[in-house]
Design a protein around this ligand. Structure first.
Ligand SMILES: C[S@@+](CC[C@H](N)C(=O)[O-])C[C@H]1O[C@@H](n2cnc3c(N)ncnc32)[C@H](O)[C@@H]1O
Length: 226
């Protein structure tokens, strides 16, 4: 079962009662997404590479919070984003519509954009607006076939390794690294030593920026292959 919860910064998240795991940090869902995925992932890549277009692959679409913040970033920075997200267990609109993200995140037509990213079809590339396209793939990360060197930024937002270890297996990480372009960036909130060692053994350069509230550090891995 999924229960609506409120995190410390006032933004909602969901609790998966079977796993006893939340979709975001209870210290602040919005702060975590902004810090880990937007600031240290998307913004880092755009600034470092002076990019005007970015392709993002997300593992775990969930509530769509990362997607909504990336959409905001695309409009505010006039950066074209091709956002592809995989989700094995899509959430019902009845529950999603109770999330308060569009009340807390203000940008052009935020409410309509929140509805659009959730109500658009799955398994189809949808142009949400002139800057942002979204492809939501209803599949497991274990079964999906990915194209080599296809993405600039990876948002790896699976449930914690203690709750869903199969998401963090080296075979999954290897598949993700396979789809990363040279100089692309992988970010996640998790800072486990095993993850860092696995990514390093796959050729990634590991950085540990400070984490969001409640977490000492996070992981950013840059693909330095030539
Ligand atoms: C931490 S939550 C994602 C949070 C999301 N990025 C957000 O902003 O709300 C992890 C997500 O991974 C999904 N998931 C679980 N097993 C999966 C699998 N095998 N393949 C792909 N997604 C999976 C869950 O359903 C859940 O939505």
């Amino acid at each position: 079962m999924l229960n609506l919860i409120k995190t410390s910064d006032g933004s909602n998240s969901l609790l998966n009662t079977e796993l006893n795991e939340t979709y975001h940090s209870t210290h602040g869902a919005l702060q975590e997404s902004n810090h880990v995925f937007i600031k240290n992932g998307l913004q880092f890549f755009v600034e470092k590479n002076k990019a005007s277009s970015v392709s993002i692959f997300e593992v775990g679409f969930g509530t769509g919070l990362n997607a909504l913040l990336a959409l905001k970033f695309s409009l505010e920075n006039r950066v074209k984003i091709n956002y592809v997200s995989i989700e094995a267990f899509p959430i019902e609109w009845e529950l999603l519509s109770q999330l308060n993200y569009a009340d807390l995140i203000s940008f052009e037509n935020e409410k309509t954009n929140f509805e659009k990213i959730h109500q658009c079809d799955w398994d189809k590339k949808i142009e949400i607006n002139e800057f942002f396209s979204l492809t939501k793939i209803k599949e497991t990360v274990q079964s999906i076939e990915l194209t080599p060197e296809n993405f600039d930024v990876i948002f790896f937002d699976a449930f914690a390794p203690s709750k869903q270890p199969e998401m963090w297996e080296k075979s999954v990480l290897q598949k993700i690294v396979w789809t990363m372009k040279v100089e692309s960036v992988f970010v996640t909130y998790c800072a486990k030593g095993q993850l860092k060692r696995d990514l390093k053994s796959l050729g990634m350069m590991i950085e540990s920026p400070p984490g969001p509230p409640g977490k000492r550090e996070m992981v950013r891995a840059v693909n330095g292959r030539h």
